[in-house]
Design a protein around this ligand. Structure first.
Ligand code: ADE
Ligand code: ZN
Length: 324
């Protein structure tokens, strides 16, 4: 019997807002807008994809029906309701201006206002705090990333607290994004980069050297280089580990094969998140239950996860104090 960790308080630092869209939510929008998205769902109504690159295609197809600020308001409420039901008290969500209303970045402030309004409602009604980490998309290239970084610079503040990069890790090189990360750092934003999910240890090194991030999205393939693991532990670099995502996308075959326990035992600072929960048939309670079942993680390990996430969160000190 699996233990229910739904009530254990959790902080989630790696959740893509659009990637958390329930399939039924996207289907309803598609129907209302007369868009045929039937090809991206299986017979059970779940998202259907064949591997990572196809996952990105389906993800982007789902985003095509998120065309108005109201859609993002409703999406944010639906996502936070799910998160709160699994004990999440703080969610730092990746927000991608590229996926807001067909990528018209001039309307970004309107989308952001709608997301923020929904966040405030969720906080009042469900006790979950939302902050945003603006995320550029690697396979859209460095020029587009500069424009997204400009959105981040313009809206950095109490709510927009971070800047990151997601998308296809095999597209281009992280060094091409130095300009965008420098701009975000100058705006006072915390920095994180997806790295070490599809490429090996050198990609984490590139994120640290060129983008000077304090956190790494996934980062699990650091395990292939013991010297890097030692370095991460010494620096206190925080990995946003998403075991269910890695297994669903085929980075590892099973949780038993996943390096999360070896990274923890080596002293690497870890947090645990869901990435894109409906795509991977996961949620935060399921992630905790899996870690309990496979590695015997229990309250002490979960307390450490929460403390690490609190320290690594990009929110301001006042917000952090309210969560402690
Ligand atoms: N965007 C959403 N999920 C992602 C993942 N797992 N890797 C890279 N980009 C993503
Ligand atoms: Zn991600």
């Amino acid at each position: 019997m699996s233990v229910d960790f739904a009530k254990t308080p959790k902080l989630e630092l790696h959740l893509h807002l659009e990637g958390a869209a329930p399939p039924a939510f996207i289907r309803a929008l598609a129907k209302r807008k007369g868009v045929d998205l039937s090809g991206i769902f299986d017979e059970q109504g779940a998202y259907k994809y064949t591997g990572f690159v196809d996952f990105l295609r389906v993800y982007e197809a789902a985003c095509t029906v998120l065309t108005t600020p109201q859609d993002f308001h409703d999406l944010t409420l639906a996502v936070l309701e799910q998160s709160a039901a699994h004990g999440v008290i703080y969610s730092e969500a990746f927000l991608s201006p590229d996926f807001c209303g067909g990528g018209d970045l001039s309307a970004w402030r309107d989308y952001l206002a709608a997301i923020q309004t929904a966040g405030a409602t969720a906080e009042a009604q469900m006790g979950i705090t939302l902050r945003g980490c603006i995320t550029c998309i690697r396979h859209f290239g460095p020029e587009q990333a500069r424009r997204v970084a400009a959105c981040a610079q313009e809206t950095a503040g109490d709510f927009i607290t971070g800047f990151g990069i997601a998308g296809d890790e095999n597209a281009g090189e992280l060094a091409d994004f130095i300009y965008s990360f420098d701009a975000a750092r100058e705006a006072g934003l915390g920095l994180t980069a997806h790295a070490g999910e599809w490429r090996g240890p050198d990609e984490l090194r590139a994120a640290l050297k060129h983008l000077r991030v304090s956190r790494i999205g996934h980062g699990v393939r650091a395990i292939e280089d013991p010297a890097l693991v030692e370095d991460l532990a010494e620096r206190g670099t925080v990995l946003e580990v998403c075991p269910g995502s890695n297994i669903a996308l085929g980075v590892y075959r099973s949780l038993r094969d996943h390096p999360v326990e070896r990274l923890r035992a080596a002293g690497v600072a870890l947090t645990v998140s869901t990435d894109d929960p409906p795509f991977f048939h996961t949620d935060m309670s399921a992630e905790y239950a899996g870690l309990h079942r496979s590695f015997g993680w229990d309250q002490p390990e979960f307390d450490t996860l929460a403390q690490t996430a609190l320290r690594a969160a990009f929110c301001d000190a006042v917000t952090r104090d309210t969560l402690a």
